[in-house]
Design a protein around this ligand. Structure first.
Ligand code: B1M
Length: 306
């Protein structure tokens, strides 16, 4: 208890602490369990270093798990690296050396490995080499996030990796947005048409919806993006305020696509009967759009513009 108090005092007062663990279990059988418990308790009080046996699997497992819980292991990279099944599709061993791959492969890999810090540099270089922004999105960013989805499906990737890949993807989109706007040649027909976009209530997937927004803007639509997890009331308020002629809804999950029907019904009930309602998202189909009385369905962003 006194030792733990001291560790806590050190961490609150700006000192690093180092602790030999094993005396605590002296004279006991199966000492590794007591040592591991003591390590976890000390880490929770802010211990910096431990003198411990790195060959003890139990102790090292506690160390990896504690580093997750204290956020020393950002994005759980080390924890997942340690415990992920060796078949992991993107394990470091399978990676080609950095110098052997093209710039667009770097872009792809940055999404695959959730590398938010370097993706924009790679995207910038790819643009510099003349790769069109739309091609970077379609052929490299989207294919990469789909690969991430596949690995997640196979339980070779885990939620933190999904999140980091999504964040890398977002950084790349934000970077590409002004470049896409330069492509505006085809966009005049739609100029000044307003469209409200939203991912439906209960659903926080917004990568696809953001791509659709980007593409619509590129083609001259004025996009009012209400974001994700959006309820019918928010959409109705936005319709009242903005007089948009189209509402676009996105849903990525079987559990949330059912939100689309009541949202459309509520908007119509609120008086927006002439408004067109279009829907999309990986789980949505033309049949479903017909079934819920949507005016349109688009499987991808290009079709959404059309
Ligand atoms: Co999640 N997730 N996720 N996820 N995620 C899926 C969708 C899932 C299929 C993965 C899986 O389990 N196999 C699964 C849903 C299963 C189902 O219902 N069928 C799933 C799950 C279960 C979950 C959680 C519940 C996981 C959990 O917590 N246990 C949780 C959900 C939380 C919630 O929403 N309440 C969750 C969370 C997340 C992250 C936060 C980690 C992250 C999202 C980050 C973000 O979006 N900011 C994430 C991701 C990245 C995925 C996958 C891997 C990729 C989705 C994606 O961005 N695809 C996905 C697996 C997969 O798809 N293989 C998965 C790329 C994107 C470009 O495609 O969105 O389809 P898409 O958009 C396309 C078209 O569909 C179309 O155009 C776009 C461009 O071509 N389109 C429209 C889209 N919207 C449109 C609207 C239109 C027109 C066209 O008109 C308006």
């Amino acid at each position: 208890k006194e030792t733990l108090k001291m560790v806590e005092w050190g961490s609150h007062n700006g000192f690093h602490t180092i602790l030999g663990l094993s005396n605590v279990s002296f004279g006991l059988p199966e000492r590794k369990w007591v040592n591991s418990a003591f390590l976890a308790m000390a880490v929770s009080r802010g211990l910096t270093f431990a003198i411990a046996n790195p060959d003890s699997a139990e102790l090292m497992s506690v160390k990896y798990a504690s580093d997750v819980l204290t956020t020393r292991d950002k994005g759980c990279r080390l924890y997942i690296g340690k415990f992920q099944a060796p078949a992991g599709g993107a394990s470091p061993a399978e990676r080609k050396s950095d110098k052997d791959i093209s710039i667009v492969e770097h872009v792809y890999n940055s999404v695959l490995h959730g590398d938010r810090d370097h993706i924009c540099g790679h995207v910038e270089k790819a643009l510099g080499e003349g790769v069109p922004p739309k091609k970077i999105i379609d052929d490299h960013l989207i294919t990469a996030i789909n690969k991430v989805g596949e690995l997640f499906d196979r339980r070779e990737y885990f939620l933190p990796q999904l999140i980091m890949s999504a964040e890398a993807m977002k950084a790349a989109f934000d970077f590409l947005e002004p470049h896409l706007k330069k492509d505006e040649s085809a966009g005049n027909a739609a100029k000044k048409r307003k469209i409200i976009l939203a991912t439906v209530k209960g659903d926080i997937h917004d990568i696809g919806k953001n791509i659709v927004a980007l593409m619509l803007k590129n083609y001259g639509f004025e996009v009012i993006d209400l974001g994700k997890d959006v309820d019918a009331e928010t959409i109705i308020q936005s319709l009242k305020k903005n007089n948009a002629c189209i509402v676009g809804l996105s849903a990525l999950m079987t559990t949330t696509m059912s939100q689309m029907k009541p949202i459309i019904e509520k908007c119509r009930y609120a008086g927006f009967k002439k408004t067109k309602y279009i829907i999309g998202g990986a789980v949505v189909t033309q049949d479903y759009a017909d079934e819920i009385g949507a005016d349109g369905y688009a499987p991808d962003s290009v079709e959404a513009v059309r």
